[in-house]
Design a protein around this ligand. Structure first.
Ligand code: NAP
Length: 248
């Protein structure tokens, strides 16, 4: 028996990076996968085909995570197609880094909408089907930067710290319905989002990471698998750091 057999997972922002790795890991473990993306049509189509070839039901939805109405429509469409939602991974996110002196109101709003409002938008939608089935796991992607802060990333850090407060509050609200809500705080993981860190040499960053390397998307996907599966049935309201020890 695979860890996620007979489960339906909804993963946002899975056309690339960490979301893609989570979708693949969940499919390997038997879950049917509904996933979203914003603009990478070809990558989304390729992922849908890859997951389907792995023997699970899979469908990609073009849906802006920051848009409340789009989240409502997404949940309706996924329920119609898949019948239920057992696992929701709020992964979609962006970074717009700037020193506060230069950070524009538009940059602040964009980051908050894509990273924090998005988590509110979809969590609100998936709660109902989860309450009906009296089970569910919600996993929100925070960041080591939301735990520690980082100069030049005040908007991003605030959005990711907000996710932690949201996660712990929601866990308290819905624990009695057997729905769990946890966050993952990755460190620097090798994706498009962190590509720029390698400019000027990755080695200088390694000094700040006890394990001495950037993380791989699969490192985060493994933690997501634990939180999605019955291996973590007594775990809620927690922030699991997957950061090579950076948050110590
Ligand atoms: P990434 O490689 O830049 O991929 C971002 C994904 O999110 C893409 O699939 C993108 O879709 C999607 N997306 C972006 N905005 C969206 C929106 N408004 N609606 C729907 N989908 C949207 O990012 P990543 O590095 O994998 O990061 C994934 C998550 O982990 C983010 O929340 C990020 O903040 C968090 N995180 C990452 C790191 C890291 O080191 N990489 C560290 C800590 C936390 P398109 O392809 O269509 O644009």
């Amino acid at each position: 028996m695979k860890l996620l057999e007979n489960k339906v997972a909804l993963v946002t922002g899975a056309s690339r990076g960490i979301g893609e790795a989570i979708a693949v890991k969940f499919a390997e473990n038997g879950a049917a996968i509904a996933f979203t993306y914003l603009s990478s049509d070809e990558k989304a189509k390729a992922l849908e085909e890859r997951l389907t070839a792995m023997g699970v039901k899979a469908k990609g939805y073009k849906s802006d995570a920051g848009d409340f109405k789009a989240a409502e429509q997404l949940a309706t469409d996924v329920m119609k197609e898949f019948g239920t939602i057992d696992i929701c991974v709020n992964n979609a996110g962006i970074s717009k880094d700037n020193l506060l002196l230069r950070l524009t109101p538009e940059q602040w709003d964009d980051v908050m909408q894509a990273n924090l409002k998005s988590v509110y938008n979809l969590t609100k939608q998936v709660m109902r089907p989860m309450m009906k089935s009296r089970a569910g796991s919600i996993i929100n992607l925070s960041s080591v930067v939301g735990v520690k802060g980082n100069g030049g990333q005040s908007a991003y850090a605030a959005s990711k710290a907000g996710i932690i407060g949201f996660t712990k509050s929601v866990a308290q609200e819905i624990g009695s319905r057997n729905i769990r809500c946890n966050a993952i705080a990755p460190g620097f993981i090798e994706t498009d989002m962190t590509h720029y860190l390698k400019d000027g040499g990755a080695e200088k960053w390694f000094e700040k990471i006890p394990l001495g390397r950037f993380g791989k998307t699969e490192d985060v996907a493994n933690a997501a698998l634990f939180l999605a599966s019955d291996m973590s049935l007594y775990v809620t309201g927690q922030v699991i750091s997957v950061c090579g020890g950076m948050s110590m």
